[in-house]
Every structure is written in structure tokens, then in C-alpha cells.
Design a protein around this ligand. Structure first.
Ligand code: PEP
Ligand code: MG
Length: 759
């Protein structure tokens, strides 16, 4: 089969070059038919909308039947294979008790039948079939090779299946869904505005001066630089609003690059050598971008995008073509490989209704800013060819992490309805701002905010947060271009502490490592989640820790509402060391004349060892906060950023529920206040169980507080306790979720889980 394996590799390459799904599928069946030397090879794909197995391509069966024939799961031989997920290899198909005769296919001569299921990441994609005329089953090595082929092709066919491109036009739905990574919830509808910064640079051709002298070319270039500098500063104040210094610091990176001697001198030099200004700019930008691109440091690599972006903007200014045409729509969906913060600032507040990035992750700058500004966004939509949709009406579904192109009128209406319902619901919920989060039988829950950007502070207060349960201090570090100084940190922390005073603010010391990279401090490790993370990193970099603690403590002078929180603790000696450093920092500040109340010190429970060590650790801390994101990841050994195993990542896993109960018990025994601050606190089903278990403090993003408060006010503690008892008897998260889903529906709370339309 060596020869066949080579053929298979070339087949995979050929499929990847196919111009569309239909041709890719046709290539598969034709090439496999030849490879196995059989008269029939067919591909059935499962339609996700109605669970039918549709004959999507065939070499050998009647052409007219393709796209028309379909079978239910369990129906016929193909349905039986799909249902059992086992291959079926038989000599005489019509004699099999599951055989269903389908006249349109004209398959009468082909009794010999071998079908194998196509499965990708536990999803049934379809069934691959070969048929022949021999009076015996296919040989064992043929069967084994078909299984190999199916495994190899499953991922590609899954993409085709999900794209819906495979259906014949007559039954194709009008819309297409493109899956990305969830980053900011909500629905955004509008016209896609492609931010293709490099496109215009590509069109610039070499040539001599276009003005009468080098001086005039240089002046032309400098005019554009001045204009862009001005636009940047207007954009910065438009977006940074209430003193959002993280946003301004991103602008300052752009401004710095714009004024860098490397850029200015090199353009001037090229002009003096005889090139026109646009070509000089292009040459300079491309060579600077290549230098950045080749850097080891990811921060420097990321700057390569920025320099091209800046050059495109300069070019447009030089060509007197404004970035935005006058007739731009009121509803804009900004789309690009990555959307820079200056792209966002180019539009009047409120007109950008959504963001689509083909790159990026939920922690990228765009995602952080979109979240802080409450703009629905989807990152990493890699299968979307943006240029095909420039100017088209699209929908961003931030709840599902999808965007929808070519939506039908009916679908647009449906999403508009959801959008309007979201707005009404949010307004309705605002009425609860000053009401307590209390169950209908009087169980009071404290809802705190998770925050990190200054832009989150106002929404947190507006939505009735009773303090900050988790201040992710790495976020201001991430949007800087080097470690912020004590003074810079002090300014940011002081605004947060001041805004919330006298309510408590739990500031977590820098938690980097794992997926949280600082652009200017690369940590290269084989297994970063088990490496230099959180407190481990900070204890090894005492100077950084002391600087941060000084900034936090100084910022609390007068407000006295600071609580320190330690991330990723796993050992008792880490707590001892942290205490030593925090105490000596505090004493030093007192000696310097500051009047600072000694902050309480709490720890995150997110490394499983702490669950068992809690009785011994309790004496070192004043409170505990459970980081359910990392705790789930470590307890279940499931990387939450790995799509292959993401279905296994569920906070409602029975092991996770038992762990939470044990933590709660240890905290009660030690009289330690305990809260939970991971994403679990925003999940309505999980919140009901947490109430039932006995949690009374949750910390979550500002935007989710009103919804969760509403949920809490609609349920009784008694019901939550009963549901928790029932759930703790169950063995799988799927059963637990089904139980909670049913209960949320009964209570009329299902709208909390986002749109439920089944498009
Ligand atoms: C967590 O792990 O649950 C948590 C709140 O911290 P982060 O998501 O910032 O790691
Ligand atoms: Mg964590």
C-alpha cells in the first residue's frame, strides 16, 4: 500500500487546490474510484440542519441523483454505518436487512459494498462508499486502507460540510456561517468594511519624482506625516474617552513609529536617490517590516503589521484619498486580518457595530479593546475570504463566535430581533442596578466585577458591581511596549481603586505565562502551562513584584480598599515568600511616610494541589478566589485553547463540581471568605449550581453582571440546592447541562444563554 499512501498524499494536495467544494468532492470520488479500481465511489455528507445523509458526490452513480438522494440516520446501509460509526463490508448489498432500494441512483449492478464513516473530532461528517461487482466482500487490506483514507479526509470534509458550499444551489441556504473564536458577545449587523492596509501599497510602482524636485517630494511626504500625527491624536482622544491610558499607550506606539528616524530618514534617502515619495515609502516600509518580521521577539514581529499599516495610511494621505468615503454606512463591521486601534478610531463613536478578524485570539489587542468597548467581535475566522464580502451586509454573532455572510432577509430580521431584544433586555436589567442580587427566598449574593482595562471601570460601576473581585493586572502590561514603571502603574491602579472606593478591589499581581504573553518579554517553553507562570515568575523576578506591590499599595493610600491576590499558587513556600516581600514592601512605604493600610492578601485556587493543601494554606491568607478557568484546565488536563479537545473543557464536569464543594468545605472550616472569578460565574447553568452549593460571592465581567443578577433574583435557593443535589448524582456534564437547560427553560430564563434561533 506504499504506492497508495503516496497517491493519498497527492490527493490531499489536489483537493486543497480545488477551486470550490463541489470540485474538491468530485476529485475525491473520482480519484478514490481509480485508486481502488472500482466502478462506484460515493460520498454522503451529513446535513447538520436536518441530520440527513445527502449523496454529495459520486463517481459511478447516476449524476441526477447527486444532491437529491438523502437518507436518515439509521436508514439504509449508509444510515446504518453513520449510526453505528462502524465500517460495513458486504458481498451482496440487496440481501442485507437494512438495504433500501433507491431507484434514482441506478446502483443495481453493484452488489459488492464497502462503506466507512467519516468522523472528525467526534463529529459525524458523513460516509464514504465504494461499490463493485465481485461476489465477495472487499479484501481486508482494502477495508483497512478505506479506513485510513476516511481518517485522512475527515478534517477537510468537515470543513466542506460546515461551509454548506457542498449543497446543490437549489437546496443551498442563502447564508454562510464562518466559525471563529468568541471574543466579545452580542450581535452586530452592518456592512463589511475591509481594512486592507497593504492593498494600496502593493499597487505602487517605481518611478522618478512626480513633483519638480526632491525637496517637493520630501515636503509632500512630511505633510502626510503631519496629517497622520494629527489624526492619531484625534483618534486617541476619541477612543480613550475617560482617560483610558491603555488605549492611549497603543496610539503612542503608532506615533513613535511614525516619527522614528528609521522611517523618516530612509524615505528621504530614497527620494534623494531619485524615487517618487510613494515608492520611497513603500521600499522603506517593506524593508522595515521584513526586519521586524525576522525578529525572535514576538513584540517586534507584531510591529511588522503596524509599520505596513502606517505606510498605507501615509500613502492614502499622499494620494489625498481619505480612509473613509463620505458615504460610509451608519452600521459598519470592520474586518481585516487584524484590526488596529487606529482603524477603530477612524469611525464616529457608535458606528462600528462589529469586528471580524481572520487572525488574532481572544487575548489579542483588538479583542481586549472590543470587549472593553462592548463591540461584538469574532477573532480567527480563518476560512473567510474578506475581499469577497467587502461592502456586503454581514452579521457578527459574538455569542457563538461566528459570522454570517449573505444572510437572507428572514435571517437578518431574526438577528435584528435578537439585537433589539438584547437592547431591551439590557435596559430592563438596568432597572435592577440598585437592587440586590438576592434569590426570591432571600439568599444574598455579592456580584463583583472582573476588570483589567480602565474602559471597564465605568460599565462595572454602572452595572452595579459591588467591588472588583479580579483585577487582571497583566492587561495594562500587555498593551504597553515594555514593563510599565512604578509611576505608570500607580496612575492606572489609582484610578481603579479610586473609582470603586470604598468598595474592595482585589488586584492580582502579574499573571503571565501560559497563553498570556507579554509582547516584550518572550518566555519560550515546551509546556508553558506547566512552566514559568503567575507567582512562580514573579518570585523569580522580585524587582518586578516589588515595583508592582509598591505601585498598588501607594495607589491605595486614602482609599484603603486594596486587596492583593496571588495567581497560580501551588505551594506553601510561595505563600511564605509572597508574605515576606509584601510585608517588607509595606513597611518600607510606611518608613517613606506613606499612610497605607496593610492590604488583605488572598490567593487564587486554580492549581489542583491547593485544593488538598488548603487546610494548611489557610493561615497564610485572608480570602480565597477560585479561578475556574485554570482549575478546570488543570483538573481535567484539557487545554482550553486547543480546539481538538475543547468539547472536553466544561466547568460542569462532575470532578470539577466535587472539587468546588471540597474547596468550599475547607474554606468554611477555616472561616475563610471564598469567591469564584472564572468564566463559570457568567454561565447561568453553573451559577445555579454554585448557589445550590453555597457560594455567595461571584466575580464576572461587567457586561454579564446584570444578566446574572436577574437570574439570581428569579430562582430560589431551595430550587438551586435541589438541582445541585440532583446534578451531583450524575456522571456526565452533558446530563448535568441537560438538567439545567430544562430548568432554565421552565423558569423562562433561557434567553440568558443568547440567541436560540436554529439557523
Ligand atoms: C481563571 O483561571 O479562572 C482566572 C480567573 O484567571 P485567568 O482567566 O486570568 O487565568
Ligand atoms: Mg487563571
Amino acid at each position: 500500500m506504499l504506492h497508495s499512501l503516496a497517491t493519498l498524499t497527492s490527493l490531499v494536495q489536489e483537493i486543497s487546490r480545488a477551486p470550490n467544494a463541489v470540485e474538491a468532492m468530485q476529485t475525491i470520488v473520482v480519484r478514490l474510484g481509480n485508486l481502488f479500481n472500482v466502478p462506484v465511489c460515493s460520498l454522503y455528507l451529513r446535513s447538520e440542519a436536518d441530520d440527513q445523509l445527502v449523496l454529495a458526490a459520486s463517481a459511478g452513480l447516476a449524476e441526477a441523483s447527486v444532491g437529491q438522494v438523502s437518507l436518515c440516520l439509521k436508514e439504509g446501509l449508509v444510515g446504518t454505518i453513520a449510526h453505528s460509526t462502524h465500517p460495513l463490508n458486504i458481498a451482496d448489498a440487496p440481501t442485507h436487512d437494512k438495504f433500501v432500494y433507491i431507484p434514482e441512483t441506478h446502483e443495481e449492478p453493484y452488489h459488492q459494498f464497502l462503506g466507512v464513516p467519516l468522523i472528525h473530532l467526534r463529529n459525524l461528517v458523513g460516509v464514504l462508499v465504494i461499490q463493485g461487482t465481485d461476489n465477495q466482500p472487499f479484501a481486508q487490506d482494502v477495508e483497512a486502507f478505506m479506513v485510513t483514507v476516511a481518517a485522512q479526509l475527515a478534517a477537510t470534509l468537515r470543513n466542506i460540510q460546515r461551509s454548506e458550499d457542498w449543497r446543490p444551489q437549489s437546496i443551498q441556504p442563502q447564508y454562510r456561517k464562518h466559525q471563529g473564536i468568541k471574543s466579545s458577545t452580542g450581535i452586530g449587523c452592518g456592512y463589511l468594511k475591509l481594512v486592507g492596509s497593504q492593498v494600496s501599497l502593493d499597487r505602487v510602482k517605481p518611478g522618478p519624482w512626480k513633483k519638480k524636485s526632491a525637496e517637493c517630494e520630501i515636503e509632500h511626504f512630511h505633510n502626510a506625516v503631519d496629517q497622520l500625527r494629527n489624526d492619531l491624536s484625534v483618534g486617541a482622544s476619541r477612543l480613550s474617552g475617560d482617560g483610558n491610558s491603555e488605549v492611549s499607550s497603543l496610539f503612542s506606539v503608532y506615533s513613535m513609529m511614525l516619527d522614528s528616524p528609521e522611517l523618516i530618514h530612509s524615505v528621504e534617502q530614497h527620494i534623494k536617490e531619485g524615487c517618487h515619495a510613494a515608492w520611497a515609502l513603500k521600499e522603506t516600509a517593506l524593508s522595515l517590516s521584513a526586519v521586524f518580521e525576522a525578529a525572535d521577539d514576538p513584540y517586534m514581529r507584531a510591529r511588522s503589521e503596524d509599520i505596513l499599516n502606517i505606510a498605507s495610511k501615509l500613502l492614502r494621505l499622499m494620494q489625498a484619498k481619505p480612509d473613509i468615503d463620505e458615504s460610509h454606512h451608519e452600521e459598519i463591521i470592520l474586518a481585516g486580518a487584524l484590526i488596529s486601534i487606529t482603524d477603530l478610531s477612524a469611525y464616529p463613536a457608535g458606528t462600528v457595530k462589529g469586528i471580524i478578524c481572520t487572525g488574532g485570539s481572544s487575548l489579542s489587542h483588538t479583542a481586549i479593546v472590543a470587549n472593553a468597548l462592548g463591540i461584538p467581535s469574532v477573532m480567527g475566522v480563518s476560512d473567510l475570504k474578506l475581499a469577497d464580502y467587502d461592502g456586503e451586509f454581514v452579521i457578527v454573532d459574538g455569542y457563538r463566535g461566528e459570522c454570517i455572510t449573505w444572510p437572507s432577509e428572514a435571517l437578518i430580521e431574526e438577528f435584528r430581533r435578537i439585537q433589539a431584544a438584547d437592547t431591551d433586555f439590557s435596559q430592563e436589567l438596568m432597572a435592577l442596578r440598585d437592587s440586590p442580587a438576592e434569590t426570591c427566598d432571600g439568599y444574598r449574593v455579592r456580584l463583583l466585577a472582573n476588570t483589567g482595562l480602565l474602559a471597564d471601570v465605568t460599565p462595572g460601576l454602572r452595572n452595579g458591581a459591588e467591588g472588583v473581585g479580579l483585577y487582571r493586572s497583566e492587561i495594562p502590561f500587555m498593551v504597553h511596549d515594555n514593563f510599565p514603571t512604578e509611576e505608570e502603574q500607580y496612575q492606572v491602579y489609582r484610578q481603579v481603586l479610586g473609582a470603586y472606593a470604598p468598595m474592595p478591589v482585589s488586584m492580582r499581581t502579574l499573571d503571565i505565562g501560559g497563553d498570556k504573553e507579554l509582547p516584550y518579554f518572550e518566555i519560550k517553553e515546551d509546556n508553558p502551562y506547566l512552566g514559568w507562570r503567575g507567582i512562580r515568575f514573579m518570585l523569580d523576578n522580585t524587582a518586578l513584584l516589588v515595583t508592582q506591590l509598591r505601585a498598588m499599595m501607594r495607589a491605595s493610600e486614602g482609599s484603603d480598599n486594596l486587596q492583593l491576590m496571588i495567581p497560580m499558587v501551588g505551594r506553601i513556600d510561595e505563600l511564605e515568600a509572597f508574605h515576606r516581600i509584601a510585608d517588607s514592601t509595606w513597611e518600607e512605604l510606611l518608613a517613606e511616610g506613606y499612610e497605607i493600610k496593610r492590604p488583605q492578601i488572598g490567593m487564587m485556587v486554580e492549581v489542583p494541589s491547593t485544593i488538598l493543601l488548603l487546610p494548611k494554606m489557610a493561615q497564610y491568607v485572608d480570602f480565597v478566589s477560585i479561578g475556574s478557568n485554570d482549575l478546570t484546565q488543570y483538573l481535567l488536563a484539557v487545554d482550553r485553547n486547543n480546539p481538538r479537545v475543547s468539547p472536553l473543557f466544561d466547568n460542569l464536569n462532575p470532578a470539577m463540581l466535587s472539587a468546588l464543594e471540597l474547596i468550599l468545605q475547607h474554606c468554611r472550616d477555616a472561616n475563610l471568605p471564598v469567591s469564584l472569578c472564572g468564566e463559570m460565574a457568567s454561565d447561568p447553568a453553573a451559577v445555579i449550581l454554585l448557589l445550590g452549593m453555597g457560594f455567595d460571592t461571584l466575580s464576572l465581567s461587567a457586561y454579564n453582571i446584570p444578566k446574572i443578577k436577574w437570574l439570581i433574583r428569579c430562582v430560589s435557593r431551595e430550587l438551586a440546592q435541589k438541582l445541585y443535589r440532583d446534578a451531583s448524582m450524575m456522571s456526565s456534564e452533558a446530563d448535568i447541562r441537560a438538567l439545567l437547560r430544562e430548568e432554565l427553560c421552565k423558569l423562562g430564563l433561557d434567553k440568558l444563554t443568547g440567541p436560540t434561533n436554529s439557523h
